[in-house]
Write a protein that binds this ligand. Structure first.
Ligand code: ES4
Ligand code: ZN
Length: 334
């Protein structure tokens, strides 16, 4: 329709996409064959059966179980390259201009895969996406919050030279939220902030956790962006603070629906965010697991909220302003 065309052409930036979450069932099964990977005996045996199971997630942890199984098929540099390159190609057809992409080093290091293996694969895909598709991107390393803090600190040490070289541009925090509150990671964030003051800091907060997870991420981790953050609407003081500081929330509508954070997209507090002046972007999170890449997220939001063109342009601008890029690059995107 004419609205789908408008939303495709709208310059889109995505700030919340896990590269490991772009592993399509078809690539997953290709890599099972390539490496003769052994998966759990109850794992669905075809891409079609897997997609059916992906449609039945009950919550974040149920999804994460499959997400961590999926990672096991990613072994060599070319696997990581292929993963990211397929994502960039798909997103390019949907009008993506710029992506700030998460990856989970600990999910690979714990399997004996070297940091350079996945980092080189991702970096090569990003270079090809820039050259052939005109998509710019940044890499944000995430810490897995269900793992012990010493393991996270060790990962930060391994990443040190890649922050220094500029290969990694941000720090994030993901995985199971409620049992692992932000204060646990204050030392990890402090280390990066002290050594690399230019590095962007963000954290998943207020997805399943309450608004205090958002407030504590701001206060204790010094983040300048919040991933998800939809539960911020439950605290009016926090809403004022997010608006005053122009702290962007990277909202993931189809993720929230599929992981049952909301039972219907109309429950997302997008109108409240707009009215309060809290900037947000619209993102795919784990597009292969939620069967929804970036454009589908925009289309579904439009279906449930029916924003006018002016509001869509405002949302597009939020995403450009909130990107971790130079001012002259922002002007190019606007
Ligand atoms: C994630 Cl949706 C979501 N939440 C927390 N951690 C994640 N890792 C990948 N997707
Ligand atoms: Zn996420």
């Amino acid at each position: 329709s004419h609205m789908t065309q408008f939303l495709t052409e709208l310059p889109k930036c995505e700030h919340h996409v896990h590269l490991e979450g772009t592993l399509s069932p078809s690539l997953l099964f290709k890599l099972i064959s390539k490496h003769n990977v052994e998966l759990p005996s109850d794992f669905p045996s075809t891409p079609e059966a897997l997609e059916i199971r992906y449609n039945q997630f009950t919550d974040l942890d149920d999804f994460l179980h499959f997400y961590y199984i999926g990672m096991n098929v990613l072994k060599d540099e070319d696997d990581f390259f292929q993963l990211a390159w397929e994502y960039f190609q798909t997103a390019a057809t949907q009008g993506l201009h710029h992506a700030e992409t998460f990856f989970d080093p600990q999910g690979h290091l714990c399997r004996g895969i070297e940091f350079e293996t996945f980092l080189n694969g991702f970096t090569r895909a990003a270079a090809k996406a820039k050259q052939e598709l005109g998509i710019t991107s940044k890499l944000i390393m995430c810490l897995l919050r269900h793992l012990p803090v010493p393991d996270c600190l060790e990962t930060i040490d391994l990443a040190h030279k890649h922050y220094e070289s500029g290969a990694i541009h941000g720090l994030g925090l993901d995985s199971s939220e409620k049992p692992f509150p932000p204060h646990l990671f204050a030392e990890c964030y402090g280390k990066i902030k002290d050594k690399f003051p230019h590095v962007g800091l963000t954290a998943h907060a207020g997805e399943e956790g309450g608004p205090e997870f958002v407030t504590n991420s701001l206060d204790l981790l010094n983040v300048t962006r919040i991933d998800h953050g939809v539960n911020s609407v439950k605290d009016q003081e926090l809403m004022k603070r997010l608006a005053a500081n122009r702290t962007m929330l990277s909202v993931c509508p189809m993720s929230n629906l599929k992981l049952r954070v909301v039972s219907d997209l109309s429950q997302l507090p997008l109108k409240e965010l707009l009215d309060a002046g809290v900037p947000f972007s619209i993102n795919s999170d784990d597009p292969a697991y939620f069967n929804s890449y970036i454009l589908e997220n925009y289309v579904q939001v439009h279906k449930h909220f029916g924003f006018d063109l002016k509001t869509w342009c405002r949302i597009s601008k939020f995403g450009i302003e909130g990107s971790w890029i130079e001012d002259d690059h922002k002007k190019q995107l606007l």
